[in-house]
Write a protein that binds this ligand. Structure first.
Ligand code: BES
Ligand code: MN
Ligand code: ZN
Length: 518
């Protein structure tokens, strides 16, 4: 009894061609190129003589028998992402059996399972194997629905590779992915979970495909086109404005970044208005969409500058989250504003010392033209408020200082409202993404007061992530607001067992869950 619940990605072949199914067949009877099962180390004793005790998270006798010898050998420890492949496993219909480790049983979470699914896919891809079935782990610690969803998310995310412009690129996507649930599982619950997992994983990959594009291919205009094409496909309202509209709205901060580029800016607006919802909150998602950041006149040093094509990752995260929102249909209104521009040095570029008047009317002294993200976001936040947002969340690759503070492990999070932030923390528990809340405060605000105008765009050497957030707070005004600094997370620097090196698609899942909490 195998059942297909969903097929190809909805559009854009760059997202991948993985087909996902749900099966309720006994594991031993599944005919597939590769059957994967998960294992934990159940050893609880500490000390050097404590031998690992790997245990499979399945009750299927066929699989247990097939794996018994290698598990007894002590060669396999079920460490985090530790993978072991057996060919022609005795008694199984599958051609290969892969065991993927989850680490210590005591540390078992749905998030480890998500990663293990990615690991299984990334183990499969380079071997030219196109078919993979992964056994839904059986454990009291893991709710089956959350687990099924996480597995599909992890598998879809794991299937993504960034080498889109290689002329000899071979698409090694896993074409058929099966979640193998124990016979007797609740079909409807798991079907819904798998469908959600596909939507979320593919939306994260959509974000990654945008972030991966180089600055010459993905200009602000092209980002606008990609967003509105997606909006059309999933049923969101969209509008993409440019220079004229920026002037009309008096977006002097946003325009000041764009004015030094030959490429016109794009003010991207997406709306999700569920039928019949006319009351309650309107959530405003605001994203930094700098398609390339040279630093402008305060130009960046050249080594590593190529990475600054990813400076639209916050905007791309919002666009990806909107895609997931459109498909999963939460009962709350959501609008999205992405401010896309290219930050270039030029005869027309803004200069340090210039004073800009933002949409809010507040004047900004430009100290450093490389602190451009906060400028475009300032007007983006004002615009989202004008459009009716009652709650705001922004995401941006905003500061190197945030990476210094938190490394590439946690993103920085800031908020002017504890109730709103509490909802975001709950969202993090579901998404598995890591953000660490950093403080705001008047003393930091003092550091960005300007002698000539209201506020300046840098606050000096220390606490740079916080003074940047304080700057944004001014434009969020009294609206409950969360700011996510994803500079350290938006790009995976070294490939990991479960995810390719390159754009991560971070924040899509957390923003989606935050939206769904309303
Ligand atoms: N896009 C960068 C942030 C960034 C810098 C991300 C380095 C990843 C690595 C942002 O526009 C920027 O240049 N920020 C400056 C701010 C400074 C001039 C106050 C920074 O962090 O150096
Ligand atoms: Mn910059
Ligand atoms: Zn930037």
């Amino acid at each position: 009894m195998a059942k297909t619940v969903a097929t190809n990605s909805l559009f854009d072949d760059r997202i991948g061609a993985m087909r996902t199914q749900l099966s309720f067949t006994h594991l031993a009877q599944i005919e597939t190129e590769l059957l994967a099962v998960l294992a934990t180390d159940t050893q609880t004793a500490k000390g050097s003589d404590a031998k690992p005790e790997p245990a499979l998270l399945t009750t299927d006798d066929g699989v247990k028998t097939a794996a018994a010898a290698v598990l007894a050998s002590g060669e396999y420890k079920a460490g985090d992402n530790e993978a072991l492949l057996l060919h022609a496993p005795a008694g199984l219909a599958a051609k290969r059996l892969l065991i993927v480790g989850l680490g210590k049983q005591a540390k078992l979470t749905v998030h480890r399972v998500r990663n293990a699914a990615g690991t299984a896919v990334r183990f499969t891809k380079p071997r030219g194997i196109r078919e993979l079935a992964l056994a839904l782990p059986e454990s009291d610690l893991l709710p089956a629905d959350l687990c099924a969803r996480a597995i599909v998310e992890g598998a879809v995310v794991g299937d993504f590779d960034p080498d889109t412009y290689r002329s000899d690129r071979k698409d090694q996507s896993v074409q058929s992915f099966t979640v193998a649930a124990p016979p007797g599982s609740s079909i409807a619950t798991l079907e819904a979970a798998v469908t959600e997992g596909i939507v979320i994983g593919e939306s994260q990959n959509f974000t990654r495909s945008l972030v991966n594009e180089p600055g010459n291919k993905l200009t602000p205009t092209v980002l606008g086109q990609r967003a509105s094409q997606m909006a059309h496909e999933v049923g969101l309202t969209s509008a993409v404005h440019s220079t004229e509209k920026l002037h009309e709205l008096k977006m002097g901060a946003f325009w000041s970044v764009s004015q030094g580029s030959e490429e016109p800016p794009a003010l991207i607006v997406l709306r999700y208005d569920p039928e019949g919802v006319t009351e309650g909150p309107v959530l405003g998602l605001v994203g930094k969409g700098i398609t390339f950041d040279t630093g402008g006149i305060s130009i960046k040093r050249s080594d590593g500058m190529e990475k600054m094509k990813y400076d639209m990752a916050g905007g791309a995260a919002m666009i990806g989250a909107m895609r997931a929102i459109a498909l999963l249909k939460p009962n709350v209104r959501v609008l999205c504003v992405v401010c896309a521009a290219e930050n270039m040095p030029d005869g027309k570029a803004q200069k340090p010392g210039d004073v800009q008047t933002s949409m809010s009317g507040k004047t900004i002294e430009i100290i450093n033209t490389d602190a451009e993200g906060r400028l475009v976001l300032a007007d983006g936040l004002s615009f989202a408020r004008q459009l009716g947002a009652t709650h705001l969340i922004d995401a941006a690759t905003l500061t190197g200082a945030c990476v210094v503070a938190l490394g590439m492990i946690n993103g920085g999070a800031f908020s002017n409202d504890d109730t709103t932030y509490a909802k975001f923390e709950t969202a993090l528990a579901t998404s598995g993404e890591k953000f660490w809340r950093l403080p705001l405060g008047e003393e930091y605000g003092e550091l960005i007061k300007s002698d000539i105008g209201d506020i300046k765009n840098t606050g000096g050497r220390w606490g740079g992530a916080i003074t940047a957030a304080e700057f944004l707070r001014v434009f969020a005004e009294d609206t409950p607001w969360i700011h996510l600094d994803i500079a350290g997370l938006a790009w995976v620097e070294d490939s990991k067992p479960h995810i390719a090196k390159g754009p991560s698609g971070v924040a899509v899942r957390s923003i989606l869950e935050w939206v769904r909490s309303y």
